[in-house]
Design a protein around this ligand. Structure first.
Ligand code: NAI
Length: 331
């Protein structure tokens, strides 16, 4: 009969034995600060990924509503909202990847130091909970001006630090977007690297124009402005988060070989070159299932860039010290 035929067709199409529908194993992502300006669109992007089985959204406000909205999208990830400190550990249970855009924006009258202390405190506590509940998770920190130092130091205190699994993120997309706008090119026309930029202090943001593909040239002053003058943009934060879980979860080895430009600890290339004394430094890395497989270093820099890096080093070192001291004093 027709109904029987229909059932048969439906069964065939949705059969779990059909290889086309087979899905990767369980993969859990926790997004902390999920109700914010970064968190909400990031959650939306993560919900699109067929590689994610569970998407846990945590915030101190609005997560039930944000989670309800996302759960209406017909994709694989099962969305759950967690609200307030009492539910943080529950949110982190079993997480393979934790992404942190939680924090407060700079308010009128707030100094950079105030902002650092507030946001570093938030990230410290969130990462401390990760250390307890999901110590093997990969942790990506978006919050400014915290980045990778505070979380790394907390994980060290807890004895679960693995430099391959902690990332800062920054917006290397900005330079590319500015270039696209300036030159009227299409997206993806320029791959660029950016070094430094721990703590978002102006001088530590270094454009690596020599590393652009395809090669480009601008007057050096404009090149620098391309990085410094751009308004906040989410592209890189998104690309990190989109790439990290897929890199991490995708069963096919060739798909794991994605290059992601993120900050991570312990860049050695610069040290070998003699001028980089920083323990934490932003470089492009290759991610694999176990985190960073390879630090790709910065390539061969031109003198202009080396000079910018040398000039930035005192501030970078001071920023790192501040992050370390913050954890020493407050943990
Ligand atoms: P926002 O203020 O819109 O959102 C922050 C969210 O964090 C809010 O929903 C808030 O409730 C939540 N939050 C605050 N304290 C929390 C806690 N203890 N636990 C959990 N959640 C908490 O700010 P927005 O625009 O989303 O930016 C977030 C952070 O990301 C900022 O620090 C910003 O500077 C940084 N950022 C970094 C970028 C990068 O490239 N690394 C790019 C853009 C923003």
């Amino acid at each position: 009969s027709r109904p029987a035929q229909l059932v048969c067709v439906i069964r065939k199409q949705f059969s779990t034995s059909n290889k086309a529908y087979s899905q990767p194993k369980e993969a859990r992502v926790a997004l902390l600060g999920a109700s914010g300006g970064i968190g909400q669109p990031l959650g939306l992007l993560l919900k699109q990924s067929p590689l994610i089985s569970h998407l846990n959204l945590y915030d101190i406000a609005h997560t039930p509503g944000v989670a309800a909205d996302l759960s209406h999208i017909e994709t694989r990830a099962k969305v759950a909202g967690f609200l307030g400190e009492d539910q943080l550990k529950q949110c982190l249970k079993g997480a393979n990847v934790v992404i942190i855009p939680a924090g407060v924006p700079r308010k009128p009258g707030m100094t950079r130091d105030d902002l650092f202390n507030t946001n570093a405190g938030i990230v410290r506590d969130l990462v401390d909970a990760c250390a307890e509940v999901c110590p093997k998770a990969m942790i990506g920190v978006i919050t400014n001006p915290v980045s990778v130092v505070t979380p790394s130091e907390v994980l060290k205190k807890r004895g679960v630090y693995d430099p391959k699994r902690v990332f800062g993120s920054d917006n290397t997309g900005r330079g590319s977007i500015k270039y696209i706008h300036c030159r009227g090119k299409g997206p993806g026309c320029l791959e660029s690297e950016r070094a430094g930029d721990w703590g978002h202090s102006g001088i530590t943001i270094i454009p690596l124009i020599s590393q652009c593909t395809p090669p480009v040239s601008f007057p050096q002053k404009i090149g620098l402005q391309i990085y410094l003058a751009c308004a906040r943009c989410f592209l890189f934060a998104f690309s990190v988060v989109q790439q990290s879980p897929s890199v991490f979860l995708n069963p096919k080895p060739e798909r794991e070989k994605l290059t992601v430009r993120i900050q991570n600890a312990g860049h050695r290339g610069g040290r070998r070159q003699g001028w980089c004394k920083a323990k934490y430094f932003a470089t492009p890395v290759l991610l694999g299932k176990e985190g960073i497989e390879k630090n790709l270093g910065m390539g061969k820099l031109i003198d202009f860039e080396v000079n910018l890096l040398k000039a930035a080093m005192p501030e970078l070192l001071a920023n790192i010290k501040k992050g370390e001291e913050f954890v020493d004093k407050t943990y």
